[in-house]
Design a protein around this ligand. Structure first.
Ligand SMILES: NC(=O)c1ccc[n+]([C@@H]2O[C@H](COP(=O)([O-])OP(=O)(O)OC[C@H]3O[C@@H](n4cnc5c(N)ncnc54)[C@H](OP(=O)(O)O)[C@@H]3O)[C@@H](O)[C@H]2O)c1
Length: 322
């Protein structure tokens, strides 16, 4: 495993980390979840990602149980949660968003479900147009001073809002955002490469990027339709089909050109797509998702490909998916 600093902070996260979205508490059972966390840990993963909204809190519960069961040393791994969407099936106004009340309630609930005394990373899962940014910055700072959170950050916030939060923190001597969690893959590059570009030097922002395989599209598994056991076939995931497969054939065609190039290079597409994410030095950690251990093991090969291929290969990969 390779370890990278989370922006300009002193926290070193594994370059490949592991998240619970769709799978934990929903698509897979507890024993599969346990095997996945154990395999990730055995391969040097030290960051496990979660959110209050994943399976309405069930993902956090399963992850907390499994990590406790595996007896992972608390000082050897980092765990995250995210606040915004709420954990209730139909959240009341006080059970969602980024108000001081919900930020505190959601943190306390995540600590219980994950069975830990602090969250290493805590994300504002989306911007909240109904809460002043200053209220959220103060609420996050309070959690850090209480020892319930170590680093706070954002997920899919516009650059201007991240800058505003950082400015408020600076003015009032509060802890500002350390990291952002954006989608980043060969089919979605703009935000990480262009919009956030000034923030890396300006704020020392780190990134823990999600969906490196575009929910599996870059493995080539959706080239001939939606396979029965795949993410897009899961009940309740119909909404995801539109954004993953896209309107028309453009995304699918780009994914097909990518898998054709992977086959020409003689490598599996999944680790190639993940390794490409790691070529960006502003990526602190690539969050992997997996529904079975064999996928995770294949995805860890990304580190070998990263060392093996040079700039000319990465330019071909980018040209194929342009
Ligand atoms: N902050 C946010 O808003 C946000 C949003 C999304 C995700 N995230 C985080 O980022 C993590 C990773 O995102 P993601 O799960 O979307 O990542 P991803 O790598 O794009 O998709 C993972 C899925 O692709 C399939 N897959 C993975 N490896 C494969 C392989 N080698 N061969 C074939 N299929 C493979 C599996 O689905 P199937 O086997 O079911 O097809 C797996 O669950 C999440 O768990 C979550 O922690 C955050």
């Amino acid at each position: 495993m390779q370890y990278r600093r989370l922006g300009s902070s002193g926290l070193q996260l594994s370059a490949l980390s592991f998240g619970a979205w769709v799978t934990f508490g929903s698509q897979i059972g507890r024993s599969e979840a346990r095997e996945l966390v154990a395999a990730a840990w055995d391969h040097g993963v030290n960051f496990f990602d979660n959110a209050e909204g994943y399976a309405n809190g069930a993902a956090e519960q399963v992850m907390g149980d499994v990590i406790a069961d595996l007896r992972l040393p608390r000082d050897g791994y980092c765990i995250s949660s995210k606040v915004f969407f709420g954990a209730a099936a139909e959240p009341a106004p006080t059970q969602r968003g980024l108000s001081r009340k919900h930020v505190r309630d959601a943190c306390d609930a995540a600590l219980k479900r994950l069975r830990v005394e602090h969250l290493d990373l805590y994300f504002c899962h989306r911007p909240d147009p109904d809460t002043p940014v200053a209220e959220t910055v103060w609420a996050m700072d309070t959690l850090i001073r209480q020892g319930k959170v170590l680093y706070w950050g954002t997920s899919e916030w516009p650059a201007a809002l991240i800058r505003e939060a950082a400015q408020i923190a600076r003015t009032h001597h509060l802890h500002g955002p350390t990291m952002e969690q954006p989608e980043y893959n060969l089919l979605r590059r703009e935000r990480v490469e262009l919009e956030y570009a000034p923030l890396y030097a300006e704020l020392g922002l780190g990134t823990t990027i999600w969906s490196p395989l575009a929910s599996g599209l870059l493995t080539g598994k959706y080239a001939d339709g939606v396979p029965a056991r795949s993410r897009l076939a899961q009940p309740g995931m119909e909404w995801l089909q539109g954004s993953v497969l896209g309107e028309g054939d453009a995304r699918l065609a780009r994914a097909c050109r990518f898998t054709a190039l992977a086959s020409e290079l003689g490598v599996a597409p999944a680790p190639l797509a993940i390794a490409w994410c790691l070529t960006n030095p502003h990526v602190s950690s690539v969050l992997l998702g997996a529904s079975r251990v064999s996928q995770l093991l294949q995805n860890f090969e990304a580190l070998t490909l990263l060392a093996r291929f040079d700039e000319s290969v990465w330019r071909r990969v980018e040209a194929a998916t342009a």
